[in-house]
Design a protein around this ligand. Structure first.
Ligand SMILES: [Zn+2]
Length: 214
């Protein structure tokens, strides 16, 4: 079990089980960049892009799967690093591609960290209202005082334990009401600027291709 704080959230993107770090990095980096371009890469494509062997990439995928951090369709990676082609309540629209994300932090943090122009749409879990965040080359703006619930509870499976609760609320008041109805949910309130900052810490290194050594 991992106790979440913001440093450990950053750290989980960089480690996964016993697989070689380079393989995990390659799957996450090449998976994420392919998905941002609207394509789901195969194991073989990630191997050739990274210069690693197919069996290394398969080990990396298996390690990510054990902690709930990859979606596969056959031998294609359709979700990794927070992005997914499987529909969720959080959508991310880029100029040339449209996808979903595992949580609201992914939806805002990924385009913020990578300096992308994008439109994020999600819904407030308390009232169901649509929330739109516009990003202009990584700078985020939204209409109201949106607040992210950033879980700090113990976590075995990123998507089940963290992503399911990491939602954007339309206002601090609606988060307070949701907290009152969900007293066991442990987490921090982050405003949009703090959400962007956490996004930079989590995904900033995806601006650069990882080294194949390591
Ligand atoms: Zn609301």
């Amino acid at each position: 079990m991992t106790e979440f704080d913001q440093d450990s959230i950053v750290a989980i993107l960089g480690e996964a089980g016993g697989a070689p770090r380079a393989a995990v990095d390659a799957v996450q980096y090449h998976g994420l960049t392919a998905l941002l371009n609207g394509t789901a890469p195969t194991v073989g494509e990630i191997a050739s892009l990274s210069g690693l062997g197919v069996s290394d990439i398969e080990d990396g995928i298996e390690a990510l799967g054990e902690v709930g951090r990859i979606d596969l369709d056959g031998d294609r990676v359709i979700g990794v690093g927070g992005l997914t082609l499987t529909p969720t309540v959080h959508s991310l629209r880029l100029p040339n591609a449209e996808m979903h994300t595992w949580c609201a932090l992914d939806a805002v943090g990924i385009p913020a960290a990578l300096g992308l122009t994008a439109t994020v749409e999600t819904r407030c879990p308390q009232c169901g209202d649509r929330i739109t965040v516009e990003l202009d080359r990584g700078k985020a703006a939204t209409a109201g005082p949106v607040t992210l619930f950033c879980p700090t509870a113990p976590c075995d499976n990123v998507r089940a334990d963290f992503c399911a609760a990491a939602n954007l609320f339309c206002s601090p008041a609606h988060m307070a009401r949701w907290r009152a109805d969900n007293p066991s949910a442990a987490g921090e309130d982050l405003d949009l600027a703090a959400t962007v900052d956490l996004g930079h810490a989590m995904w900033g290194h995806y601006k650069h291709e990882p080294s194949a050594r390591g």
